[in-house]
Write a protein that binds this ligand. Structure first.
Ligand code: UDP
Length: 328
């Protein structure tokens, strides 16, 4: 198949491109390199079935043409990362909402299957762990900029499902739970690459809040495997799926594990949220997916455990440092 990946030079997008090329598909990547990086796709540039365009999803005529050429669209282009979202809420809302509008509008003309990348962030402050796809979403106040991300992604979901309802435009909504792995940068706030960079430099490892908040980190390869399978699962159309891992770790526990696995002499320090982000910042205490639905659809179970994920990220960042490149 011919597959368009918006955000194809991003962290998840570039891994997805690789998997699709391995499966014999032709990939067209569209990326404006805002948070993605050309480094992520350098190794793919010489592949005969890989094509890339540096431009934005706001370029209407271009998106029209690229969607037209594709059989399936993975819409991954988005503003991501809590730090970026808190610092640039206007950019976040406009990118996430308008980008999805453009992609869906063009896809609907010829009913091209579109995957919408959503996030576990949409569950917000819900305490009903593990999070089930049909559960209520619990957002904070609009004065807390963090929630702009969850709301922008929830609106993307609503729009996709509305297209499916009104015009049978095929869509599949994916809620990603803290996807991590090589090529992810800590520049926009993500915790695993940040802690690994700090540990390798023997700098303080910065735990925000008291560190009791927990996450369940998912290896990017597990996520990509699920996307590739769902692409050929007709019953998935019109559905929302969690994709993640159920192995939970506190952020302090994560810092300790990364310190131990790197043999680092870093000190683990705690930083209040208002200093790390902004006054009144609200975090989520726990975030664990209910994976029953995606397991039933495609037999999904996450394969890569947290220690293995950490080791793979450490290996990549060490190689970067060894080659004299900046570790981010
Ligand atoms: N975090 C941290 N130190 C950092 C970056 C993040 O303690 O340098 C915390 C953050 O406050 C959150 C968790 O790690 O509780 C996961 O953060 P991330 O931004 O990776 O993802 P989130 O789950 O918040 O979307």
């Amino acid at each position: 198949m011919r597959i368009l990946i918006t955000g194809g030079a991003g962290f998840i997008g570039s891994h997805l491109a690789e998997a699709l090329l391995d499966g014999g598909h032709t990939v067209y990547a569209l990326d404006d390199l805002s948070t993605g990086s050309i480094d992520n796709i350098t190794h793919l540039k010489s592949h005969p079935n890989f094509h890339y365009t540096i431009d934005t999803v706001f370029n209407d005529p271009l998106v029209a043409e690229m969607v037209d050429r594709a059989d399936v669209v993975f819409h991954l282009a988005a503003a991501v990362g809590v730090k970026l979202i808190v610092e640039r809420p206007v950019h976040t809302i406009e990118t996430n909402v308008h980008g999805t509008e453009v992609v869906l509008r063009h896809a609907a003309k010829k009913k091209k299957l579109v995957f919408i990348a959503s996030t576990s962030e949409v569950y917000g402050k819900s305490a009903k762990v593990p999070f089930n796809e049909d559960a209520d979403l619990v957002m904070g106040a609009t004065t807390r900029h963090r929630w702009a991300y969850a709301c922008s992604k929830a609106l993307d979901e609503f729009l996709a499902l509305a297209y499916w309802k009104e015009s049978r435009q095929p869509v599949i909504v994916m809620r990603f739970f803290n996807t991590v792995g090589p090529r992810q940068t800590g520049q926009y706030g993500m915790v695993v690459p940040t802690f690994v960079r700090q540990a390798l430099a023997n700098e303080p490892i910065t735990v925000f809040g008291d560190g009791t908040q927990s996450r369940s980190f998912t290896y990017v390869g597990d996520v990509v495997g699920a996307l590739v399978k769902l692409m050929v699962t007709p019953s998935a159309i019109g559905q929302v799926y969690n994709v993640g891992n159920t192995e939970e770790v506190s952020i302090r526990g994560l810092a300790e594990r990364i310190k131990a696995r790197t043999g680092s002499s870093s000190e683990i320090v705690t930083i209040p949220y208002e200093q790390a982000y902004e006054a009144g910042f609200e975090d989520m205490p726990r975030r664990v997916p209910d994976l029953g639905k995606i397991h039933q659809a495609i037999g999904y179970t996450p394969k890569v455990k947290l220690d293995e994920i950490i080791d793979r990220v450490v290996e990549e960042k060490r190689a970067y440092a060894g080659a004299g490149r900046a570790v981010t």
